[in-house]
Design a protein. Structure first.
Length: 182
């Protein structure tokens, strides 16, 4: 059992009724996380995605959570206030069954970092840019087990190792570092 410690839990409450599908959240998230910062914006690189079906008036913002290595069995439907949603729509995982929350070129998993990237933001940028107040930022204090936090690089490496195997990744890194030195 790990040590208990106090932690600020940051979360975004989503008020689906207020979202009008403007996609400003996707734009600012992808721009903030672009390299260099703000050099481009592309919803496919955003860590918040909009599940949208204008004909049925469905606009569901969902932000990227943990990597799921295997797809799940969940294919249920939910009817809420007369609108039908696929179970997958609510899921925050980057998983093998769909394209969202994967960096389009490398296919590495994307995960929301609450905009704690450099420079850290007082409030997540998607929340700041949502003029309809569909995204509401919340902080609360909780006692949690001390966790080992995986950095983005580690998560990316883990996923590469799963896909290509440890040896292939090691070989590629040593080849790249040799060519950089030379
Ligand atoms: S910025 Fe707000 S209203 Fe626009 S798509 Fe995102 S959540 Fe919806
Ligand atoms: S909190 Fe920041 S990283 Fe997370 S979805 Fe919103 S803009 Fe993207």
């Amino acid at each position: 059992m790990g040590e208990k410690k106090k932690k600020i839990i940051k979360s975004i409450k989503i008020d689906v009724d207020k979202c009008n599908g403007c996609r400003a959240c996707e734009m600012i998230c992808s721009a903030f996380h672009a390299t260099p910062k703000y050099s481009s914006n592309n919803p496919a690189r955003s860590r918040i995605r909009l599940i949208r079906d204008p004909l049925r008036d469905v606009y569901l913002p969902v932000y990227a959570g943990e990597l799921a290595k295997a797809e799940c069995m969940g294919r249920d439907k939910y009817v809420i206030d007369g609108k039908e949603y696929d179970e997958c729509g609510f899921c925050r995982a980057s998983c093998p069954s769909r394209e969202v929350f994967k960096e389009p070129d490398s296919k590495l998993p994307l995960k929301c970092d609450m905009c704690q990237d450099d420079p850290p933001q007082e409030k997540p940028l998607c929340v700041q840019w949502c003029i309809n107040d569909a995204l509401i930022y919340e902080e609360r204090e909780e006692e949690v087990e001390e966790e080992v936090k995986l950095e983005d690089v580690e998560i990316g490496l883990e996923s590469m190792i799963d896909k290509y195997g440890m040896q292939k990744v090691m070989d590629t890194v040593s080849r790249m570092s040799a060519s950089k030195k030379g």
